[in-house]
Structures are given as C-alpha cells and as structure tokens.
Design a protein around this ligand. Structure first.
Ligand code: HPA
Length: 273
C-alpha cells in the first residue's frame, strides 16, 4: 500500500495532467449549496470516481466532482459534493480531497455547510460565520502516524478559522447588505439529527450551531497550514418550543433559499484575497 504522500503525489499528478494550473482558493460546497457552480467559468471538471485514491462511493448515485475554474479573475477549485463520516468513509477518506487541494496550491479554503441552530437568537436562513468549533464528538482525522512533511504531530488550534478571512467576510457581507451572525460550530457524526436533550447539551457546552461536516476538514487544513473560512447556513432550529420534526428535505430547502447570499459573499471575497 503506497504511503499517504505517495498517494497524494499520484492524485496530484493525475489532476495536473488534466489541469496544469495551480489554484489559489478552494471551496467546499455543503448540502443544497451547489448553485455556486453557476457563478464560475468552468475550465475542467473531474468526477471523483475518475481520480486516483479519491474515496470510492459506497452509496449508489453519489456523483461528486472536482471543478476547476475562474471566479472574479482568481483560479479556484471547488468540491461539488463532500464526503461525510456518516456515509461510512474513514476520517482519513473524508479529508483526503482537502489535502489534495493544499498540494494543488490552495492557500485559502472556504467551507460551507448546513447546520442546526442552538443559539435561540438565530433563525432559519441565517448565515453564521464560524469563529471556532468543538470537535470532541467527531473522530480526529490526524489520529495515526503523523506525516511530518505535511504538518506537525500536535497542531495548535488557537485560530482554526482565520481572523483575517473572518474580518474580510464580514466586510464583504456588509458591502453587499447581507446580515451575518458569528458563532461556534459543534461537530457531530450524524446521520441522526439530535434529540432535544442533545441540542440543549450542545448549547450548554458553548456552541451556536451543530452539523455533520466541516470540523475534520478544518483540522487537516490547519495541520497543513491553510487559512480557513467557514460559513454555515442555519437550516433548522434545534432548540425549539414546538413539536416539529426536522427533515432532510427542509434542510435542503432552507440551504437552497439562503444559497444566493452565501454565493455572493464567497464571490466578493475571492476577488479580494
Ligand atoms: N443537526 C446536525 N446536522 C445538521 C442539522 C442539525 O440540526 N441541520 C443541518 N445539519
């Protein structure tokens, strides 16, 4: 079995044979946020299943691709579809494409996701800039042998989300007249949504929103020295008085409705880096 570095080198060589240019900014699109692709001048799109060492889909009909293109004069690479731990991928599989992005030249990584609100001042459709996260309920993807050439054994996590990018994102939102909130994201494995008691616990532990992605990707990005910006779309309220249930359909719908705001912020920001 080839080492991680050997695998990454093979993946990058394959991608370079299809698209030789380096990409400066990487973007991971969360559930229901795929329309962003319409904003890009697409140069090359490669299906995950064709990329050596990319995780192999366990779910039929799962069709993600890595899209290379330009936005606002900047070369970007977009993951249209991400890998989730709840799908059965290992934590190392979930984060593999983020490592590839770094090796393709990405310095700034934008992550997006759908999340449940536990801050009771939030409402469905809000955009939350993630200022920090709580990762203890997910498996750390750096567990195992550390690849010293990639990053340190014990990475510092005092600035998981770049203060500079957060300030720029807030400025971009203000310029566009889009209101944003800021908060702490609590990572969970899913696939169940949380029980009432769990949402209450997550709030009590200091988080503002909860979701099933992003944290593992953030950890490897920080490990490799990338600057990360992450924005959640609040798609449902975990802390609620009524007896409503949360469905995947409602999450996708709320994400789709908020998507133009998120896209506008990312688009504005990409031109400013
Ligand atoms: N909990 C966990 N993940 C989520 C939620 C939620 O309420 N909404 C969207 N993703």
């Amino acid at each position: 079995m080839p080492s991680l570095i050997e695998q990454l080198n093979e993946t990058v060589a394959f991608i370079r044979s299809k698209y030789p240019s380096a990409s400066e900014t990487g973007i991971v699109l969360g559930s229901g946020l795929g329309n962003f692709l319409n904003e890009i001048e697409v140069r090359v799109s490669i299906a995950y299943q064709d990329i050596p060492h990319f995780p192999v889909s366990t779910v039929t009909g799962h069709d993600g691709c890595l899209v290379f293109g330009e936005l606002n004069g900047t070369r970007i690479v977009v993951m249209a579809g991400r890998f989730h731990y709840y799908e059965g991928y290992s934590p190392q599989d979930v984060v593999y494409p983020v490592r590839v992005m770094k090796m393709l030249g990405v310095k700034n990584l934008f992550l997006s996701n759908a999340a449940g609100g536990v801050n009771t001042s939030f409402k469905v459709g809000d955009l939350m800039i993630i200022k920090d996260h709580i990762s203890m309920a997910v498996i750390n993807p750096l567990i195992g042998k550390n690849e010293e050439t990639i990053g340190p054994r014990f990475p510092d996590m005092s600035e998981p989300y770049s203060r500079d990018l957060i300030a720029k994102a807030k400025k971009a939102a203000q310029k566009l007249g889009i209101s944003v909130v800021e908060g702490v994201y609590f990572g969970v494995t899913g696939p169940t949504f949380e029980t009432h008691a769990e949402y209450r616990m997550i709030k009590l532990l200091g988080a503002d929103a909860v979701g099933m992605s992003t944290v593992q990707e953030n950890i490897v990005a920080v490990h490799m020295g990338m600057n990360v910006l992450a924005i959640s779309v609040i798609t449902d309220m975990g802390i609620r008085d009524d007896d409503s249930v949360i469905t995947h359909e409602e999450v996708l719908q709320a994400a789709g409705e908020a998507e133009p705001k998120l896209t506008a912020i990312f688009k504005e920001l990409v031109g400013k880096l």
